[in-house]
Design a protein around this ligand. Structure first.
Ligand code: ATP
Length: 241
């Protein structure tokens, strides 16, 4: 579904964000991308979503395709329209707007009303709290609820491939587990997921495949279960237990 081939990304012409990254996200999968701070995880998502230019970054080499079509020359809005939608990291939601207004923004530009209604039903099924608190300002939600709103907003665009940037960031362990279950649920209902995470335990628990980014390169990749059993991954990302 998504292929990334030999991508090289530079910021401001010199700092290398990604050196030579290739990966595949097959339809129906959950693919986890692990790596420590500065490894290039966010850069990879920006390249796929077409927003590198907003950060003075540029793809210098390589190709990214979705269903065989190149994404590299497309605008961020065209990439969303093609079905590739990123939920913002942490809780970059519109805190001054209500929950319902935030969700409506997720469907902005969508002409297909029945698809939007379907997406809204799915969001309320997955996150009943967003329905119950629809009239409240997003700023009043708890951290976990704001994360749910960020994911819900992305789902309102009816993605075929959902990109998640650190959905566990700043959440207590019980909430991280809950977010993990929700990601699995979203996937089972038909959305392919690429999950960028520092929380390797959660990510490897829900993913089918995974890869580790190290200083802008893929240092390991394979079935998530194989990575979870890998000694280096256990030492570096799973606390060595
Ligand atoms: P984190 O989890 O801390 O966000 P990351 O794995 O997402 O880390 P990136 O943010 O993609 O890593 O950073 C990869 C490299 O690119 C780092 O060396 C970083 O300093 C550099 N970088 C990222 N954004 C920019 C930018 N806007 N301008 C210059 N360099 C950048």
């Amino acid at each position: 579904m998504l292929t990334v081939r030999n991508i090289r990304v530079a910021y401001g012409g010199t700092v290398l964000g990604l050196r030579d990254v290739s990966l595949d996200v097959p339809a129906g999968a959950i693919v986890a991308v692990l790596g420590s701070n500065g490894a290039g995880k966010t850069t990879l998502l920006r390249a796929i979503s077409g927003v590198l230019g907003e950060h003075r970054g540029r793809v210098e080499h390589g190709e990214i395709t979705f269903d065989g079509e190149s994404l590299l020359s497309r605008s961020p809005a065209e990439i969303v329209a093609a079905g590739v939608v990123q939920a913002p990291e942490g809780r970059r939601i519109f805190s001054g707007l209500t929950v319902t207004e935030n969700l409506r923004i997720g469907a902005f530009g969508k002409r297909d009303r029945s698809a939007t209604a379907h997406a809204r039903r799915l969001v309320y099924e997955l996150f009943p709290i967003l329905h119950d608190r629809g009239d409240q300002r997003a700023a009043l939600l708890s951290g976990g609820q704001q994360q749910m709103l960020a994911i819900g907003r992305a789902l309102m665009a009816s993605p075929r491939l959902l990109l998640l940037d650190e959905p566990s960031l700043g959440l207590a362990p019980a909430l991280i587990a809950q977010i993990g279950h929700i990601i699995a649920d979203i996937n089972e209902r038909g959305t392919t997921v690429m999950l960028v995470e520092q929380n390797a335990a959660m990510a490897l628990g829900v993913a089918s495949q995974a890869l580790v980014l190290t200083t802008g390169e893929v240092s390991l990749s394979g079935p998530a279960a194989a990575l979870a059993a890998n000694e280096d991954v256990r030492d570096l990302y799973l606390g060595g237990d």
